[in-house]
Design a protein around this ligand. Structure first.
Ligand code: GDP
Ligand code: MG
Length: 435
């Protein structure tokens, strides 16, 4: 594959003709295009609504099948599909319990058995039941083995034959490195593979295995797993993926993520901000948006030059907990308190006592929240005279209007430090402007 990449890049870039051009850029672009080409595995299976779509998940043990099929089910459920999960893993002890717990958490119907040890029986019965019940996204989780062995492939063939899935998803652990090609090829040979999902891309792995898996299966990557939680799951976007693979960042992904969580119609918000009325309620909304955005590290990895663990898992958890505690305190506030912009009111001792009691949090935390509110109100106060776009103008347009000073005030100091200070931020904004 490397040889092919090299040859194609050589063919695409004529350095003799490149006089006067930026050769580095030319080569970079050719490599980029070639990698995208290598990741093109053809059209993925497109499920159709209101008829049963049966999808079977295969892969070695620990690759993330059970986790991924729950994420998959949840992804479609949120889009209005009737998802259901069938546990056809009778090989690993506790497999059904794991799926049951995942499914329960996500509110997705599931089927499995503690007593039947025949995966084919279970799969057939489960799929049939959910078909009868009118489900249109029926997912079959299968067992794995620690290595590619014949017993596993025989089981997969039998299951495939019995269930006749519309699509077979090969789940690949993104950190396996060069083993990816052989694994993928073996599954393709046994059951045929229709699409690939690469997991554990939140770790150090950049996901080069995706290239091998596509080459070995001739099938497209559809989703990526970026964490253990149910929403740490992204639709695969080739350009964004290659950008991140090359360390170029993924602005499109970053902006999509930001826009996804921001209110679409926020003229009211902008008006309030322009009047300088930054209330506790707006802070609450901001926190809720941050929480919807998912792990900060995941979002950060889309910024050029950063990787997902730059914040450190500890700092990230701590930050999220802090936001949760603040929101708990805000939940104990009255409507009037949420809407006031007068800090003196918030600091009245009787009020502080009531909030402390109501939320069960330490008085110091309540004081911290008021401090944080004060800081944010100052930041937004400075934006008062900024010309903000209205009408369809959402927060990302607003972000683009933010200057360096304002942006640096928004970021918690320790984050700014870890980003490399003001200089780094300046570079970042430049990149943002250049799109
Ligand atoms: P299976 O044996 O193929 O069903 O794999 P599991 O779904 O049980 O996953 C094995 C382990 O990998 C579990 O601890 C999961 O939480 C973890 N895991 C799965 N997907 C991801 C991912 O995208 N990121 C991370 N960090 N862990 C994952
Ligand atoms: Mg499993």
């Amino acid at each position: 594959m490397v040889a092919r990449l090299r040859n194609n890049v050589k063919k695409a870039v004529k350095l003799e003709d490149a006089a006067g051009h930026n050769t580095r850029r030319l080569i970079e672009r050719a490599v980029f295009r070639e990698l995208c080409g290598m990741l093109d595995g053809g059209e993925p299976f497109r499920p159709k609504k209101n008829r049963p779509n049966v999808v079977m998940f295969v892969g070695l043990q620990g690759n993330g099948k059970t986790t991924t099929c729950t994420k998959f089910a949840y992804h479609y459920k949120r889009k209005g599909w009737k998802s259901a999960l069938v546990c056809a893993d009778t090989y690993r002890a506790g497999a059904f319990d794991q799926l049951r717990q995942n499914a329960t958490k996500a509110g997705i119907p599931f089927f499995g058995s503690y007593t039947d040890s025949d995966p084919v029986n279970i799969a057939v019965e489960g799929v049939e039941r959910f078909k009868q019940a009118g489900h249109d996204m029926i997912l079959v989780d299968t067992s794995g083995r620690h290595k590619q062995e014949e017993a596993l492939f025989e089981e997969m063939r039998a299951l495939h034959e019995a269930v006749q899935p519309d699509d077979t998803v090969f789940v690949l652990d993104g950190s396996v490195g060069q083993a990816a090609f052989d694994q993928a090829a073996a599954f393709r040979k046994a059951v045929g593979v229709g699409s690939v999902i690469v997991t554990k891309l939140d770790g150090h792995a950049k996901g080069g295995g995706a290239l091998s898996a596509v080459a070995a299966t001739q099938s497209p990557v559809t989703f990526l797993g970026t964490g253990e939680h149910i929403d740490e799951f992204e639709a695969f976007d080739c350009k964004g993926f290659v950008s991140r693979l090359l360390g170029l960042g993924d602005w499109k992904g970053f902006m999509t993520k930001i826009e996804e969580v921001l209110p679409k119609d926020d003229d009211e918000l902008i008006e309030k901000l322009q009047e300088g009325k930054f209330s506790m309620r707006l802070l609450y909304e901001q926190y809720a948006n941050i929480q919807k955005m998912g792990p900060v590290g995941q979002v950060m990895s889309m910024i050029p030059g950063f990787n997902s663990d730059f914040l450190g898992k500890g700092a990230e958890k701590e930050g999220q907990l802090k936001i949760q505690r603040f929101m708990t305190i805000m939940d104990s506030m009255t409507q009037a308190e949420l809407d006031t912009t007068d800090i003196k009111v918030l600091l009245e001792p009787s009020r502080l006592t009531r909030l402390t009691r109501g939320s069960g949090r330490h008085p110091q935390e309540v004081a911290l929240l008021v401090e944080e509110y004060k800081r944010m109100a100052q930041v937004w106060g400075r934006m008062k005279n900024l010309k903000l776009p209205k009408g369809g103008g959402n927060m990302s347009a607003l972000n683009r209007n933010m200057n360096l000073q304002q942006m640096s005030k928004m970021l918690p100091p320790q984050v700014l430090n870890q980003m490399g200070g003001m200089g780094a931020l300046q570079g970042l904004l430049k990149q943002m402007e250049n799109g």
